[in-house]
Design a protein around this ligand. Structure first.
Ligand SMILES: Nc1nc2c(ncn2[C@@H]2O[C@H](COP(=O)(O)OP(=O)(O)O)[C@@H](O)[C@H]2O)c(=O)[nH]1
Ligand SMILES: [Mg+2]
Length: 332
């Protein structure tokens, strides 16, 4: 009767360690969800199912901005401020470039040395793997594990490459755009779609010679935001100025982020939003699992290879080819 199931044992051990806020256990659990090995994925699924009821208590904050705008400096200052306030921040990242180039755009986590040294904080760089969907999924799963471990503010950082801002906006509650002081040209450099996702815009580097320009940039952004419809009737996006380097107005940024969170929660939009996010993650998981399943059926994989040629040469329609693959899948 006491037959052991190594996978169940491992899940029980990891989930106990995570829920006991054991940092090494948490790091191991995240490594498990980041792995693409089939057995690791299976363990990760069981683990996530086990901890899911211990998640959802954190404030999930996204931060984006172009390289050099001061994200790392800002997150370190914010993280230290949060610790002072009695919070336990976890910092995660979505950086789809890190796998491909071997060097990350974001990844200078060494810059966050003071925060990294604090036992109240947890910093995890972006999973180093190819496509955005996979990287985003693993960050989402790491976020859940961090929440189960009792981290109560999750900061997810990304840089404005490809669709990574959208992916991060889709996993957080409050999305923050960090910008530099600069003229109107700068404002136009920010993709329109990104502005529409922002709950807060922070003009960083509002210090020294850059202070007057920061004020003008803030006014430009206020004007631009004024022209667009807020994402939620409960919260109108705000523009703030701050200096991450000199730790000026970090407290104010946090208090406005917390206010946004509170307003969204009070209106019920936060719950609606999270439910929609979770359901859309599920659909993404189903799609990925289906595709993985497809590639594991040799007959189907061979048919797809043939169909690719036919479709490429224009002998068969893409729709017809997809239908043929589906019929093959349904065959026993
Ligand atoms: N003057 C000033 N410089 C800053 C500020 N925040 C960051 N920097 C500098 O900007 C550069 C890029 O910062 P970093 O945090 O690495 O930017 P990231 O690429 O967005 O992560 C570094 O040299 C920082 O010291 C700030 O508030 N004021
Ligand atoms: Mg950085």
């Amino acid at each position: 009767m006491t037959e052991t199931d190594p996978q169940a044992d491992q899940v029980a051990e990891l989930s106990a360690q995570v829920c006991a806020a054991d940092r090494r256990g948490l790091a191991r659990a995240i490594t498990m969800v980041e792995s693409t090995r089939d057995d690791h994925r299976a363990t990760a699924r069981l683990l996530l199912d086990k901890v899911i009821t211990s998640t959802g208590q954190a404030q999930r904050i996204g931060i984006t901005g172009t390289p050099g705008v001061g994200k790392s400096t800002f997150i370190e200052a914010l993280g230290l401020h949060l610790i002072e306030q009695g919070h336990r921040p976890a910092v995660l990242a979505v950086d789809p470039s890190s796998g491909r180039t071997g060097g990350s755009i974001l990844g200078d986590k060494t810059r966050m040395t003071d925060l990294g040294r604090r036992s109240e904080a947890f910093i995890r760089p972006s999973p180093a793997s190819g496509h955005l969907g996979g990287v985003a999924r693993r960050t989402r799963e790491a976020m859940l594990l961090c929440e189960a471990a009792g981290f109560d503010v999750i900061i997810v950082e990304t840089v404005g490459v490809g669709q990574s801002e959208t992916a991060v906006a889709d996993m957080v509650d409050v999305f923050t755009l960090l910008v530099s002081p600069g003229g109107g040209d700068d404002l136009q450099g920010i993709k329109r779609g990104i502005m529409e996702l922002a709950d807060l815009v922070v003009v960083n580097k509002a210090d020294g010679d850059l202070a007057p320009a920061a004020g003008r940039t803030a006014a430009d952004y206020r004007h631009a935001l004024h022209l667009q419809r807020p994402r939620s009737p409960a919260w109108t996006p705000e523009v703030l100025t701050a200096s991450a380097l000199h730790q000026v107005a970090i407290d104010e940024v946090w208090s406005r982020a917390a206010a946004a969170h509170e307003a969204l929660a009070a209106s019920g939009d936060l719950a609606t939003h999270r439910a929609a996010q979770a359901v859309s993650w599920m659909h993404a998981e189903i799609r990925d699992a289906m595709l993985a399943e497809l590639s594991q059926r040799p007959d189907v994989a061979a048919a797809i290879a043939e169909l690719e040629t036919e479709v490429g040469q224009g002998h068969r329609s893409p729709t017809g080819a997809a239908g043929k693959v589906l019929r093959l899948l349904q065959a026993p």
